[in-house]
Ligand binder design. Structure first.
Ligand SMILES: Nc1ccn([C@@H]2O[C@H](COP(=O)(O)OP(=O)(O)OP(=O)(O)O)[C@@H](O)[C@H]2O)c(=O)n1
Ligand SMILES: C[C@](O)(CO)[C@H](O)COP(=O)(O)O
Length: 228
């Protein structure tokens, strides 16, 4: 069970408003980006890491890779305007992928058992994504008015990693480019091909560091894991 992982890390962190790439913020004295990279560096099933970065951040990231002995990064292509474009930039660099995962570099708390469940599911079914069951009631709102409530029993909050047969992922990205379609995750691109995508139940700890409150939650997760 081998896989490659694409880590889009070329965002602007607007919602974090840190004044720089939020992935350079530290949790327990270590950059968020490194926390994420270390999971895949340590996973023997991970063949290679493909990291989409901002051109002007490449040199700094290279120093981080050397400092933390991250040796699996195969390429650091320039990210794009949208997350999807950053993922495509990595897809174009992978030559002989079989199972490829796409994982937000901003999700540092993913664990190897969940990764392996996703890889196994993608090997069997072609596409599998991480998610957790919705905990809040979800409603459709238009102009400040509730238009309806979505049945929560079938609602999941979707995360990454998202694992794919590489041929399928490439086909989905190519079709999206042809159609000028922009999705918020890669699963959307595969779904629109009519391909079934399967869920693997993940953890509520697998948060995406997006706003400042997530840093508080993230520190608490690390404290619990380290026992500190
Ligand atoms: N053009 C982009 C946008 C996002 N990302 C990456 O995709 C992941 C998830 O995106 P998000 O959490 O939205 O990060 P940002 O786009 O940086 O945040 P914001 O939307 O608040 O600006 C992050 O690891 C981010 O670095 C990327 O590689 N290229
Ligand atoms: C891919 C994702 O993490 C699934 O929930 C999410 O859609 C990314 O959204 P973002 O706005 O690009 O962070």
């Amino acid at each position: 069970m081998q896989y490659d992982v694409i880590l889009p890390a070329a965002g602007s962190g607007k919602r974090m408003a840190a004044g720089h790439n939020k992935l350079f913020l530290e949790l327990r004295n270590k950059p968020i980006l490194i926390h994420t990279l270390e999971v895949f560096q340590q996973d023997e099933a991970c063949r290679g890491i493909w990291l989409a970065v901002k051109p002007d951040e490449k040199a700094y990231i290279q120093t981080l890779l050397e400092k933390y002995h991250i040796t699996k990064v195969k390429a650091m292509p320039n990210g794009g305007e949208e997350r999807q474009h950053s993922v495509v930039a990595c897809v174009k660099q992978i030559e002989d992928g079989q199972i490829v995962l796409v994982h937000d570099a901003a999700r540092p708390f993913i664990t190897i058992p969940i990764i392996h469940e996703l890889v196994e599911a993608a090997e069997k079914k072609g596409a599998a994504i991480a998610g957790v069951k919705a905990k809040d009631t979800m409603k459709v709102v238009e102009n400040g008015k509730i238009k309806g409530t979505v049945d929560r029993s079938s609602l999941w909050m979707i995360q990454t990693p998202q694992a794919f047969d590489f041929t399928l992922l490439k086909k989905a990205e190519q079709q999206a480019e042809t159609d000028n379609f922009l999705g918020t995750d890669e699963a959307m691109l595969v779904e629109r091909l009519g391909q079934s995508v399967y869920i693997v139940e993940s953890s509520y700890e697998n948060v995406k560091i997006t706003t400042k409150e997530d840093l508080i939650f993230g520190d608490a997760i690390l404290s619990q894991r380290i026992g500190g």
